[in-house]
Design a protein around this ligand. Structure first.
Ligand code: ATP
Length: 425
C-alpha cells in the first residue's frame, strides 16, 4: 500500500498522527478528504485540513481541541466544527449523505458512510479520501476514479443531476478547470451546457453564486476565468449582459500589472480587495442601472456597490488627467475614490500622463495634510465657523500646488482666502 501522507510537510505530520491516535482511542474512523487530498496528490501547498468523521464530528473536534489547547468552534446546524492551529484550521464534518428536495435548493442531510459522503461532492478530483486510521494509515480511498481524472486533467461530476442539484458547481468547475489547466470532461461539459440552457443558475440563491463568483475572481490571473464564463454565457445568465471582443480581455492583464505595481510601491496604503477591481472590469461594460441591479440582487455590500458605481461618475473626469493640470486637480479628482477604483482607472487608461498623475497622487499628494486646525482659525478671529470647511479646502489645494512647508505659510494663505471671502460677501 502506498502511504500518500509520506511526503506531507513536517508541520502537519504530527497533527495527523495525533488525529489518528485519537481516532483509535475513541474507536471511530476518520479520513482526510476533499480539496486537500487533491492538492496533496498534485504536490500543491496545503493550508487547511478537512476531516470526515464516521461519528459525531463535534465531539471528536472538541476533544482534539482540548488535548492541544486550541480554539474550537462548532456549527450545530451543520454538525461541523473547526479547530484553529496557528494560521491553519482543521474542519471536521460528520460523514453525511445529501438529498435535494428540488433543484437548486439546499439539500437535506443525514449521517452516512464515507462512501456516501464522497458521493455528495462536486467532482471526482474532490471526492477522494486518505485514511487516517491505524490499520491503513495513508491509504488512498478512491471510489469514483478521482486519481485517474487528476492524472488525465479532467473535471468530472459524480452523477448526471449534479449541476441541476447545485448549479454553483458550474462556477466551481470553471474555477478548477482554469486553475489547474484541466478540461471539463466531455459529458460533464454537455451537462453543464444543458443546465445553463435550462437556466439552472436562476434557481440558486444569488448570494451563493456571488460567493462562488468572488472565489473565482480571487484566483491568480482571473482574466482567463472570466473569458471562460463568457464563453459559456454564464455572465449573461447572472444578469450581466456584457459583450467581450477578443481584445477586451486585455484589461485583466493590465489590472494584474497595476495591482503588482501598487503592492510593490505603495506599501503604506491599505491592501486592495483585488477581486473587486476585476469585478469592476466586468461591470463597467454594462449600463449603470444594470450594474446597480446586479449588485443588489446578488447582495454585494454597500461599500462594494459604492466603489463600483463610482466608476460611472468618474470615467470622464479621469480623462482630464491626461492634460497638464495643477496638482490640486489631481488630488480633487482622485481623493474621493477608493484605491480599488483608482487602480482600475490606472489599468484602464493606458495614457502616460494619466498614469503619471495617478502615481503622483498615490506617492505624494494623498499624504499632504494641513497643520492649521479649526482652533487656529478661531483664534485668528475668522467668523462664522461654517466657513471653515471651505477655507480648509482652498487652503489644502493651495498647499498642494505651492508646497507650503511651514505653519506660517499656511496661516498667511488662510488670511488671504478669508479676506477674499469677506470682500465677496
Ligand atoms: P479550494 O482549493 O478552492 O479551497 P476546495 O476543493 O478545498 O477548493 P472548498 O470550497 O473548501 O473547496 O470545499 C471543500 C470540499 O467540499 C470540496 O473539495 C468538495 O469535496 C466539497 N464541496 C464544496 N462545495 C461543494 C459543492 N457545491 N457541491 C459538492 N461538494 C462541494
Amino acid at each position: 500500500m502506498v502511504n500518500k501522507l509520506k511526503n506531507i510537510n513536517s508541520y502537519f505530520k504530527p497533527i495527523l498522527k495525533s488525529l489518528s491516535a485519537q481516532a483509535l482511542k475513541m474507536n471511530v474512523r476518520i479520513y482526510l478528504v476533499g480539496g486537500v487530498v487533491r492538492d496533496l496528490m498534485l504536490g500543491e501547498k496545503i493550508f487547511d485540513l478537512d476531516i470526515v468523521v464516521e461519528a459525531s464530528a463535534i465531539d471528536f473536534a472538541h476533544k482534539f481541541a482540548d488535548t492541544h489547547k486550541k480554539e474550537f468552534k462548532k456549527h450545530h446546524t451543520f454538525g461541523t466544527a473547526t479547530v484553529f492551529f496557528d494560521n491553519h484550521h482543521i474542519d471536521f464534518v460528520t460523514a453525511r449523505s445529501e438529498t435535494y428536495p428540488s433543484f437548486g435548493v439546499l439539500p437535506k442531510v443525514k449521517p452516512a458512510t464515507l462512501k456516501e459522503d464522497l458521493l455528495r461532492r462536486d467532482f471526482t478530483l474532490n471526492a477522494m479520501a486518505i485514511s487516517l486510521n491505524k490499520s491503513d494509515y495513508g491509504k488512498l480511498i478512491d471510489y469514483y476514479n478521482g486519481e485517474s481524472d487528476l492524472k488525465n486533467g479532467f473535471i468530472r461530476i459524480l452523477h448526471d443531476k449534479s449541476f441541476l442539484d447545485d448549479p454553483t458547481r458550474i462556477l466551481r468547475a470553471i474555477r478548477f478547470e482554469q486553475r489547474f489547466s484541466f478540461k471539463l470532461e466531455k459529458h460533464t461539459l454537455v451537462l453543464a451546457k444543458e443546465a445553463i440552457a435550462k437556466n439552472a443558475l436562476g434557481l440558486v440563491n444569488p448570494h451563493r453564486l456571488r460567493e462562488e463568483l468572488i472565489l473565482l475572481l480571487k484566483e491568480k490571473t482571473p482574466g482567463k476565468y472570466v473569458k471562460r464564463l463568457n464563453e459559456l454565457k454564464m455572465l449573461q445568465l447572472m444578469g450581466i449582459n456584457v459583450k467581450f471582443a477578443k481584445n477586451d480581455f486585455r484589461i485583466f492583464v493590465e489590472i494584474e500589472r497595476a495591482i503588482e505595481f501598487y503592492k510593490n510601491n505603495f506599501k503604506s496604503h491599505r491592501l486592495l480587495e483585488e477581486w473587486l477591481v476585476y469585478l469592476m472590469a466586468i461591470l463597467y461594460r454594462i449600463k449603470r442601472s444594470d450594474t446597480a441591479k446586479f449588485l443588489d440582487v446578488f447582495g454585494f455590500r454597500k461599500g462594494e456597490k459604492i466603489r463600483v458605481l463610482s466608476l460611472y461618475d468618474n470615467m470622464d473626469k479621469l480623462k482630464e488627467l491626461n492634460n497638464r493640470v495643477l496638482p490640486h486637480v489631481i488630488y480633487k479628482t482622485l481623493n474621493p475614490l477608493s484605491f480599488e477604483s483608482i487602480i482600475f482607472f490606472y489599468a484602464y487608461y493606458r495614457q502616460k500622463n494619466i498614469r503619471k498623475n495617478i502615481e503622483k497622487f498615490l506617492d505624494k499628494l494623498i499624504n499632504i495634510r494641513l497643520r492649521l486646525k479649526g482652533e487656529d482659525l478661531r483664534k485668528l478671529g475668522f467668523k462664522p465657523p461654517t466657513l471653515y470647511g471651505k477655507i480648509f479646502e482652498k487652503l489644502l489645494y493651495a498647499k498642494i500646488d505651492k508646497g507650503f512647508k511651514t505653519l506660517e505659510q499656511e496661516t498667511s494663505e488662510a488670511c488671504i482666502i478669508f479676506e477674499n471671502y469677506q470682500s465677496k460677501h
